[in-house]
Write a protein that binds this ligand. Structure first.
Ligand code: PXP
Length: 251
C-alpha cells in the first residue's frame, strides 16, 4: 500500500476517463493500467474507478488488470445494484464508494440520497462491510445525510464538491463561500460523529485548495480535470502539481 499513509491528506486519482478515450476508438489504447501505474509513480495514494452500469469507461476486465498492476488501494465507485454488489464482493476492493447513477447523466450528478433510500442502501453497506470492504457513501454536504450515513454504519462519507466547484468555475464568490461553508460544517459534523471524511467531484487546480484546507478531510478523489490536464502537461506532472497544491493548502 505504498503512499497510503504517507500523507495526512490522501489523493485518490480517478482514471475512468483514460478508458473513455480508449473506448472512443475501441482497441486497447490508451490503457488505464498504464495510467494507474503512472499515478502511483506520481504520488497518488489510491486509484479510484467507477464501473458504471453502461460500462462507458472502465470495464469489468479493467478492474482485475488494474488491481494486479498497482499496489495502491483501489476505491471502487458503484451504484447500489445487485449486479455491482456481486462484482464488488468478487473483486474485494480496498474501498467501495456508493454513488447514485442514472444512465442518461454525463457524470455523477448530486450525492446519494441516503435519507430517502436508506432501506435499499442498508443491506449493501452491511454486505460490503461483512466482506471487509471499507464503505464510503457519496453524499451532499448535509447534516441529515451525514446522520443517516452514520446510522447505516458506513465508516466513511465522501462529500460532493460539485456545487462548490461549479460556483468556483463561474466566479460566483458568494455562492463559493456558501458552498464552502456547507462543506466545512459537514466535515465538522461528520468527523464529530466518528466518520472519516473524504471529498470530491469537479476539483481543479483552482478549486482544490480551500477543500484541501478543511482539516477533517482525509482524502480527495479527483479525475476528470487531471485526465484533461494530462493532455497538455502529462499525467505525472498533472498529479504532482495537484499533490503539491493539496500539501501547500494543508500546511
Ligand atoms: N468522487 C466520486 C464519488 C465520483 O463519482 C467522482 C466522479 O466519478 C469523483 C469523485 C471524481 O470527480 P471528477 O472526475 O469530477 O474529478
Amino acid at each position: 500500500m505504498a503512499g497510503a499513509v504517507s500523507s495526512p491528506l490522501r489523493l485518490g486519482v480517478n482514471i475512468d476517463h483514460v478508458a473513455t478515450i480508449r473506448n472512443a476508438r475501441g482497441g486497447a489504447h490508451p490503457d488505464p493500467v498504464r495510467a494507474a501505474q503512472l499515478a502511483q509513480a506520481a504520488g497518488a495514494d489510491g486509484i479510484t474507478l467507477h464501473l458504471r452500469e453502461d460500462r462507458r469507461h472502465i470495464r469489468d476486465e479493467d478492474l482485475a488488470r488494474i488491481g494486479q498492476a498497482v499496489s495502491l488501494p483501489i476505491n471502487l465507485e458503484m451504484a447500489c445494484t445487485d449486479e455491482m454488489l456481486a462484482i464488488a464482493l468478487a473483486f474485494k476492493p480496498h474501498a467501495a464508494c456508493l454513488v447514485p447513477e442514472r444512465r442518461e447523466e454525463r457524470t455523477t450528478e448530486g450525492g446519494l440520497d441516503v435519507a430517502r433510500f436508506h432501506n435499499s442502501v442498508a443491506p449493501i453497506v452491511t454486505k460490503l462491510r461483512d466482506a471487509g470492504v471499507r464503505v464510503s457513501l457519496f453524499i451532499e454536504p448535509d447534516p441529515v445525510q451525514i446522520a443517516v450515513a452514520e446510522a447505516l454504519g458506513a465508516p466513511v462519507v465522501e462529500l460532493h464538491t460539485g456545487a462548490y466547484c461549479e460556483a468556483a468555475a463561474e466566479g460566483d464568490t458568494a455562492a463559493v463561500r456558501a458552498h464552502l461553508d456547507r462543506l466545512v460544517r459537514a466535515a465538522d459534523v461528520g468527523a464529530a460523529r466518528g466518520l472519516e471524511i473524504h471529498a470530491g467531484h469537479g476539483l481543479t487546480f483552482d478549486s482544490v485548495q480551500p477543500v484541501a484546507a478543511i482539516p477533517q478531510v482525509r482524502e480527495l478523489n479527483i479525475g476528470h480535470f487531471l485526465i484533461g490536464e494530462a493532455i497538455f502537461v502529462g499525467l505525472e506532472a498533472a498529479i504532482r502539481r495537484m499533490r503539491a497544491l493539496m500539501d501547500a493548502a494543508r500546511s
